[in-house]
Design a binder for this molecule. Structure first.
Ligand code: TYM
Length: 331
């Protein structure tokens, strides 16, 4: 059976980008067609300035939202990364497989380290090694497919390179995984700055739709989305990124096609209104289920405990095999 692994890091409140690019697919298809694991990858949240209490809160909230969105603990394994030691154990072996240069070339490292330096913050070493931990997350489970948004493609490529290199040097140990992306909305852009990704860690929330935003606020953010001064509605991601973003969001919500949808609209206002309605409808049940589940922290904790037990059992034999293959004495 196909093995799927993916994760979300608790660095901020979950966004429409996370939902359309990743979570929704996990719920609607991945958990039904494969042996799937989904993780709140909390160790990754420590790679930037963080407040411990906030990371704890956001980790529980992420798990609750994943359940609220429809992940079913009977169908998939939902767990918190730090509860399974195998991730960090394997990460070290992969640090001994990766080269400094290939990590410095990672786009997210370049962007985030530049931002941290501009803010006068130090750049944590873990920000550089982060993609290696991500590779460990994936390779520990013999993963075939990694359903992610576009921004993670380079990290999954690195994971493939590390798997191939390790296998060549030390004998076949890891499955070489591939990234899968959604047909539309693989990179949802910030509504106020359509040249940047809608990211949960951005400071200003005006261009970001959070899954737990009230319906009125969602509507306001979408109605105020930056477009351009043109009149005709056409799908041109390069030339008219703001408009293309709205068309992609609407297409993702309605299972439509952005090019065809462009032909349906004569004004930006009507497109924005329909997009706002579609997003509000899409998120309504998630918000409602989140409210119910958040009131039952015991249930969420129990799901996470069982998930970690199951994940540990799946990861340990492969990580042990990697330790043996690389030349470490068995315990
Ligand atoms: P993270 O937490 O930034 O995002 C979680 C998932 O959401 C997708 N995503 C988006 N998709 C479309 N448009 C957007 N604006 C958008 N923003 C985020 C991401 O592509 C991702 O699929 N490094 C990962 C977490 C991770 C991971 C892993 C993922 C750690 N280990 C192993 C897969 C497998 C990250 O920072 O995702």
């Amino acid at each position: 059976m196909t093995r799927i692994f993916s994760g979300i890091k608790p660095t901020g409140h979950m966004t429409l980008g996370n939902y359309l690019g990743a979570l929704r697919r996990w719920v609607e298809t991945d958990q039904h067609r494969a042996d799937a694991l989904f993780s709140v990858v909390d160790l990754h949240a420590l790679t930037v300035e963080h407040d411990p209490a906030r990371v704890r809160r956001l980790s529980r909230q992420a798990a609750t939202l994943m359940l609220a969105a429809g992940l079913d603990p009977e169908r998939c394994t939902l767990f918190v990364q730090s509860h399974v030691d195998e991730h960090a154990r394997l990460s070290y072996l992969l640090e001994c497989t990766a080269a400094d240069g290939e990590l410095r070339r990672m786009i997210q490292y370049k962007e985030k380290s530049t931002r941290a330096q501009a803010a006068g913050e130090g750049v944590r070493l873990s920000l550089l090694t982060y993609p290696v931990l991500m590779a460990a997350d994936i390779l520990a489970y013999g993963t075939d497919e990694v359903p992610v948004g576009d921004d993670q493609t380079q990290h999954v490529e690195l994971t493939r390179d590390l798997a191939v290199r390790f296998n060549q040097r030390y004998g076949h140990t890891f499955t070489v995984p591939k990234a899968t992306r959604p047909p539309v909305a693989a990179r949802v852009m910030d509504l106020q700055d359509p040249d940047s990704k809608m990211g949960k860690s951005h400071e200003s929330g005006a261009g970001i739709v959070y899954l737990l935003d009230e319906a009125d606020l969602v509507r306001k953010k979408i109605m105020r989305a930056v477009t351009d001064s043109g009149r005709e509605v056409e799908y041109d991601p390069e030339g008219r990124p703001g408009l293309a973003n709205l068309l992609e969001i609407l297409a993702a919500c309605t299972e439509g096609n952005p090019v065809e949808l462009a032909g349906v609209y004569e004004s930006y206002g009507a497109l924005k209104r329909d997009t706002a309605d579609a997003v509000v409808e899409l998120l309504k049940p998630v918000r409602a289920r989140h409210a119910a589940l958040a009131a039952d922290a015991g249930y969420v904790d129990e799901v996470l405990r069982k998930g970690a037990d199951r994940a540990r059992g799946m990861a340990r034999p492969r990580v042990d095999a990697a330790y043996a293959a690389i030349g470490l004495l068995p315990r």
